[in-house]
Write a protein that binds this ligand. Structure first.
Ligand code: 2HG
Ligand code: ZN
Length: 477
């Protein structure tokens, strides 16, 4: 590092310490390094410091100081990015701005059906706060215990309930954002209708910290379900899974809260690596579906509806076996089989992830064609597709061949992603459905979004962040 930069950083740290106090600043590499590696362990960065402001004013002061010093900022919530979106470079020249201390639920209004909270509240804590007030925060993702609201919104997370309630951006009524020059934009409105020019809050949703830092939000709540029914189904094929989805949609589309696909091999990794995981069906299957029905209507008879649809599907050979949860504990155990897929794949070895989406009707074709493409590219590779079939988002993940060197395997990631993406493009899909772009996928942007779309994004970036200090190297190529 050139000496001038070292002394700039030193001066900056002194000023930041003044702004946030000793509690708000970590500079010892032993303290900062855990923040600088991503969950997948694809990126090991090193930060000059981790700054943990206590409130929006402190955070804004830090952003202003960094802007003046020309030092770039990597905003970080729960550090659960799948695309290295919250990991700094390795030069110890960037600071990580952690929202972890800004974790207060500020207000819940059961009449307006809104939840007002700081960005560092975990998604799980936000769900619990909503439930305590008799409402539902209808956003559920596997990492919800660690993921924070700010990151969830900044990446426009999707998850398990998109089929019914949309993505994170669909739940946002208001935002507070610290802009790259340190100014605070207070857009914490909780209006259902507000047509007053460009919709700035939507600009920050999905911007992955490249345009500003979300510090607080007002989220839309939904009525809490009065009845729920969850089933795990063994399926003969991906086509049968799509058929089952259509049957539930035809029966009562408003009740389908989640419709998740899992493969036989993926389920095998879960039962092998996750203690206590057990599939409540007689035989292992080649494909599985988790279906969750829920409704706020009283006396809706959901359990009977679930049985009726599944019985007919069993008779027609669309489902080969099914288990309906009889208790909350059984429901949680079935969901665990789905939610532990990422962790189980990590324990099995190195994997390449493809968070892709296609029209729902094309999911079976995606699974078949992408499987073939990857097996042709690399004999022995182990496809473990799973995910949100009800909204067309499949995590087409590939596990390394048994016995292969993980480093060698990961070095082939572009070729593997390209093979999957070729199929996705042919099916009119997207190369990133819900995980975002981070530092893993900017190189794909020119090819997929080049022309007027990417040029407009670059102009927006240049207008809001002319110094390029906000999460550089992420999203844009
Ligand atoms: C999920 O749906 C997450 O569980 C993670 O989006 C997906 O590990 C993955 O690829
Ligand atoms: Zn997912």
């Amino acid at each position: 590092m050139p000496d001038t930069h070292a002394s700039t950083l030193e001066t900056l740290m002194t000023a930041i310490r003044k702004a946030v106090g000793d509690r708000g600043l970590l500079t010892d590499p032993n303290d900062t390094d855990p923040y600088a590696e991503d969950w997948r362990r694809l990126y090991r960065g090193h930060a000059a410091a981790v700054v943990r402001p206590a409130d929006t004013q402190e955070l804004a002061a830090v952003v202003r100081l960094c802007g003046e010093a020309g030092v770039s900022i990597v905003p970080q919530g729960g550090n659960t990015s799948m695309v290295g979106g919250a990991t700094p470079n390795a030069n110890r020249t960037q600071i990580i701005l952690s929202l972890a201390r800004m974790n207060h639920v500020m207000q819940i209004d059961p009449v307006d059906m809104t939840l007002t909270l700081q960005a560092g509240v975990t998604l799980k804590a936000a769900q619990v706060a909503a439930a305590d007030a008799g409402c539902l925060l209808p956003l559920s993702i596997s990492s919800e215990g660690s993921a924070q609201i700010g990151g969830v919104l900044a990446t426009n997370a999707g998850g398990n309930n998109t089929v019914r309630y949309g993505n994170a951006r669909d739940l946002v009524l208001g935002l507070e954002v610290v802009l790259p020059d340190g100014e605070i934009w207070n857009g914490m409105r909780r209006l259902r209708k507000d047509n007053t020019g460009y919709c700035l809050r939507q600009l920050f949703c999905g911007s992955e910290g490249t345009l500003g830092i979300i510090t607080a939000a007002v989220l839309k709540l939904a009525p809490q379900p009065r009845e729920m029914a969850v089933a795990l189904c063994a399926m003969p094929s991906p086509e049968a899974a799509l058929d089952l989805f259509s049957r539930f949609q035809a029966h009562d589309a408003a009740a389908v809260q989640a419709f998740e696909y899992m493969s036989g091999p993926g389920m095998g990794f879960v039962t092998a690596h996750i203690p206590g995981a057990h599939v409540p069906l007689a035989e292992p299957a080649a494909h599985y579906v988790l279906v969750e029905l829920a409704t706020p209507r009283p006396n809706a008879g959901l359990r009977a509806a679930m049985e009726q649809v599944l019985e007919q599907a069993l008779e027609d050979g669309v489902v080969t076996d099914a288990a309906i949860a009889e208790s909350e504990a059984q429901r949680a155990a079935i969901w665990r089989l789905r939610e532990e897929h990422s962790e189980a794949q990590k324990r099995e070895g190195a994997s390449v992830k493809n968070d892709v989406s296609v029209p729902v009707s094309k999911v079976p074709e995606l699974i078949r064609r992408a499987t073939m493409a990857c097996e042709t590219l690399m004999p022995g590779i182990r496809p473990v597709p799973f995910g949100h079939m009800g909204d067309g988002n499949i995590h087409f993940n590939l596990e390394q061949p048994i016995g292969a060197d993980p480093t060698w395997f990961l070095a082939q990631d572009h070729a593997i992603m390209d093979a999957v993406n070729e199929v996705v493009r042919d099916l009119d899909g997207s190369f990133s459905a819900e995980h975002g772009i981070g530092q893993l996928k900017p190189y794909m942007m020119e090819d997929w979004r080049g022309g007027a779309e990417l040029a407009t994004m670059q102009r927006i970036k240049a207008a809001l962040d002319p110094k390029g200090i906000m999460n550089p190297g992420k999203v844009l190529p």
